[in-house]
Design a protein around this ligand. Structure first.
Ligand code: BMA
Length: 320
């Protein structure tokens, strides 16, 4: 893989030269891996809420803060949010892959994460104002379901969440869905938002949301992953999806090609080979910063221009 030094044909993302920016060696305590981090800006600093897998295989979440979002990460000395199976049995096998959304109305952050229950992974929700204390709302979507993120605002008085229920066995395809709720507890009106493609496509059979949707002039934009199964194992690559500003259940843009793929050694080889898996991004001016888990083993950073990305998507829009 080292001889594949060419960049993506679309050249939208630039990988940070310091990658990987955080590895398990940077943690103040022993763990197996650190990856798939959510991100937000708080107090003028970048905060990553990182998935840390301990040496039993159980994941928890730990916060890291940095002034420039690239270097000098200050990592909490102890796990920030540990699974709490006594009060929340659905967290028995850990908590994983958080996505952060700032809820403007409530002036707090909502964290949607995967709780690994005995019945399978499900979507759970917690809120916080400081990333020190968290209020758990418990499971909000039944197993199997994961890869969920809330929109920051309500639409017609209802909250909206993007998520990915398990494949229906007969179809064996996993599609990105969207559901609505008036109380954030019971979710209904489930609808397919981004269907998995078929056949040989890079995003055939299994897709899932990665980054929470951000508002742009063209629509709500998010990154999703496509999983292609090959004789050499699965490859996790990333594409773009755009939904209508007023009606987020309406898909209006979807990239034909992937925009990012595992390329460097740290994304090609790890606990799970050939995986790039962002759980968040930040936007400052026109600069998008995508923080991604690489090979389920470390955290890396790539940046892109939002306007270039939207212009590229117009040229590469293929909805089905
Ligand atoms: C997905 C999620 C991610 C993980 C990826 C690759 O299903 O569980 O946490 O990074 O698989 O292993």
């Amino acid at each position: 893989m080292l001889n594949r030094v060419e960049d993506e044909s679309n050249n939208l993302f630039k990988r940070c030269k310091d990658n990987p920016i955080i590895t398990a060696e940077d943690l103040p305590y022993k763990a197996n891996t650190v990856f798939n981090a959510a991100v937000t800006i708080i107090g003028g600093e970048t905060l990553l809420l990182m998935r840390v897998e301990d040496r039993r295989g159980i994941s928890h979440l730990t916060a890291a803060r940095s002034k420039d979002g690239i270097t000098d990460w200050r990592i909490d000395k102890k796990p920030t949010l540990l699974p709490d199976p006594e009060n929340h049995p659905e967290e028995i096998w850990g908590i994983e892959d958080p996505r952060i959304t700032y809820l403007e109305e409530q002036k707090l952050w909502a964290v949607a994460y995967t709780a690994f229950s005995e019945e399978g992974p499900l979507v759970a929700l917690a809120t916080t104002t400081d990333f020190k204390d968290f209020k758990r709302l418990g499971p909000i979507l039944p197993p199997d379901d994961k890869d969920a993120a809330l929109f920051p605002v309500r639409f017609n008085d209802r909250w909206v969440i993007i998520h990915r229920p398990a494949p229906i066995p007969t179809e064996n395809e996993a599609h990105i869905m969207i559901s609505c709720s008036s109380d954030m507890k019971s979710w209904s009106d489930r609808k397919v938002l981004v269907p998995a493609r078929r056949g040989a496509w890079w995003d055939a059979r299994k897709v899932g949301l990665n980054t929470p949707p951000i508002k742009t002039d063209e629509g709500w934009l998010f990154i999703y992953h496509g999983v292609k199964h090959t004789a050499g194992g699965a490859i996790y690559r990333l594409g773009l999806a755009l939904v209508d500003l007023e009606d987020p259940t309406k898909l209006i843009g979807r990239s034909d090609e992937w925009v990012f793929r595992p390329r460097e050694l740290y994304a090609m080889i790890g606990d799970v080979d050939k995986v790039v898996f962002p759980c968040g991004w930040t936007l400052a001016g026109d600069e998008l910063r995508m923080y991604y888990g690489a090979a389920d083993s470390c955290i890396a950073l790539a940046t892109a221009s939002l306007s270039e990305m939207l212009a590229w998507l117009k040229e590469h829009n293929q909805l089905d």
